[in-house]
Design a protein around this ligand. Sequence first.
Ligand SMILES: [Zn+2]
Length: 328
Amino acid sequence: MLSKIILNAIFLFSVLTVFAQTDDGKKTHTKVLKLTNNVYMLQGKGGNIGLSIGRDGIFMIDDQYAENIEQVQNEIKRVSDKPVRFLVNTHFHGDHTGGNPAMAETGTVIFSQENVRRRLQEVIAKETKRISESALPMITFTEDLTFYFNGEKIFVFHVHNAHTDGDAMVYFMGSNVLHTGDVFFNGKYPFIDIENGGSLNGYIAGLEKAMMVINEDTKIIPGHGDEGTFKDLRKTAEMLNTIYKRVYSQYVNKKTEEEVAKMTDLTEEYDREGYGSGFINTENFLRMVYKEVAKELGKDAEDRETRNKEAMKKYKEIEKKLKEKEKN
Ligand SMILES: [Zn+2]
């Protein structure tokens, strides 16, 4: 009996992959990957978690759903019994911040871009979900923030109006690992939360900013999907630029959203690689890009119209004055 218990214990501790029951009854797969000496990636039900584990303790990026946090905490304990001192939220979505109250309870200090705190406050005020005030980050920043932790510089920087209006990326400078938050879905069409300040152009600009900060050897923890490389990130930026241009020319040619949503040739080479098999399928992605183009060009047209109207008004005033002068 005792040997069986020991064997079971050995088995449990030797496997870094476990299954747990979640609220919806589905089994969740949680996996911890060691990327460098002290940086880890934890994959589970929500967004990918990044961890720096070393002599100063644990630095954490995102904490998935509330219902999974115990499992996440247990997974972390299997690697280290040190406390999680700091946690950065890459944005406010519940699959990245759901564990905040439980983390705060253990004494972890939570950081985020200031719009993340504001968005979370809105969610709490709407009371659509019961979320405790302790979910709110205790410290916020506007542009960037640097941690000196576990022997390296950890650079946290804001990318504007990308996936939301509060996105942050986290770059472990010594380990050369970047956590992108949801400004990178590796190998999939991204979700852009336009209602909460996200935009396609900001998303592309965010990827470009990331490429300026990192280098070709950087390991990347995407918001969703498997560990990525500089090339994967560049490919996503190219994909977004390409499809944006294609949809743009269809819009200029007076094609409607319904028509463009069915133009599978616009995304063909990416669909073949599985880009449409994630959270956002091809049709929804094309609709999103179309709306972004329409918003941009629609605004342009509106501006032109007001400028024309103003010019016409001025012209008429001048005409009137000239006529009055002639009479005198
Ligand atoms: Zn998100």
